[in-house]
Design a protein around this ligand. Structure first.
Ligand SMILES: NC(=O)c1ccc[n+]([C@@H]2O[C@H](COP(=O)([O-])OP(=O)(O)OC[C@H]3O[C@@H](n4cnc5c(N)ncnc54)[C@H](OP(=O)(O)O)[C@@H]3O)[C@@H](O)[C@H]2O)c1
Length: 291
């Protein structure tokens, strides 16, 4: 698995990381299983773990996923220093909703909570979860720059942003990563040029929902184009789709989630799967209905 370069001097990481979101939502698994899943992803070779303060049930449960990641890392026998933990701030979960709050005062308080939940003195990669339409974007990004100056975060990242927003942010703070959605059902990161821009700037593109997300991923095994290719190559349809996502650009790092050990391990292994131009083309041209 050739490591993929991130921006702003952040270390290169293997092409498939692990996203913790599904360990902390309504359909979360038991805690022991959750911890085992994170450790299994690391044992399989993942070195980037994506989490967020809001991967939880609601505002009373903020930090649930960060605490789980910290717990998994504490008891893990591998080299913890080699693991890049990426968290996010900028959303809230009142009554379980997903709301935006990009005010600097919110980001400062959220970062303090994340430091405590992760049990670290400095967050490796801190991402603005999403631009807040009620707050000037430069103010939210300015808060990341300030947190970096204070040494509370090492690298800054963005999520759910356009090329114009990345350009604007780069004038305020070096950007290590951009985390947007990318899978065969949703290709706007390719169509709108975000992946290409990241590649040109040497910024890591963290592909979220890389197998389609919680609902659409379940359509993959029966997909008429994926099924025969997966059978011929002896891999899962999910691994095939991850390999397609990774093939879109050397800037891409996929961060699939999983609640089951075998899914996490299967996904990390997809980082070594290289597809022929013919198979990539067939997936490019295939229809991926979101219905
Ligand atoms: N920045 C943002 O706004 C944002 C938004 C959404 C997600 N994210 C990040 O992206 C990560 C992934 O996104 P996501 O959870 O929406 O989508 P996803 O990774 O495409 O889908 C997750 C589901 O796919 C299944 N799966 C994954 N790999 C599999 C495999 N190899 N074989 C079989 N099933 C597999 C898992 O099932 P099981 O649970 O049954 O194992 C999991 O629940 C999140 O954890 C989060 O870190 C970020």
């Amino acid at each position: 698995m050739t490591p993929r370069t991130l921006g702003a001097g952040a270390p290169a990481v293997p092409p498939v990381g692990y996203g913790g979101m599904h360990l902390s939502l309504q359909d979360r698994p038991p805690e022991a299983q959750a911890v085992e899943v994170v450790r299994s992803a690391l044992d399989a070779g993942a070195r980037l773990i994506d989490t967020a303060d809001v991967y939880c049930l609601d505002d009373s449960d903020i930090g649930h996923n960060e605490r789980l990641v910290a717990q998994a890392l504490r008891g893990w026998t591998g080299d913890r220093e080699a693991v890049l933990v990426a968290t996010k701030g900028g959303l809230t979960r009142p009554a379980g909703r997903w709301d935006r709050d990009g005010r600097p005062e919110h980001l400062y308080a959220a970062c303090e909570r994340s430091l405590r939940a992760l049990g670290v003195e400095r967050i490796a990669l801190y991402q603005l979860h999403a631009p807040d339409p009620d707050v000037p974007f430069a103010e939210s990004v300015g808060a990341l720059a300030e947190l970096r100056r204070q040494g509370k975060i090492r690298w800054a990242g963005l999520s759910n942003v356009s090329v114009a927003q990345i350009r604007a942010a780069e004038t305020l703070v070096p950007i290590a990563t951009v985390q947007n959605r990318l899978n065969p059902f949703f290709r706007e990161a390719l169509e709108e040029g975000v992946v290409r821009y990241c590649e040109g700037q040497g910024i890591g593109f963290l592909a979220y929902s890389p197998t389609g997300g919680g609902r659409l991923n379940r359509k993959l095994p029966d997909h008429p184009v994926l099924r025969p290719i997966a059978a011929r190559l002896g891999v899962s349809a999910h691994a095939l789709v991850l390999a397609w996502v990774l093939a879109q650009s050397p800037a891409v790092v996929a961060i699939p989630s999983a609640r089951r050990v075998e899914h996490a391990v299967d996904s990390v292994a997809a980082g070594s799967l290289e597809l022929s131009a013919e198979d990539l083309g067939a997936i490019d041209r295939a229809e991926f209905s979101r219905a």
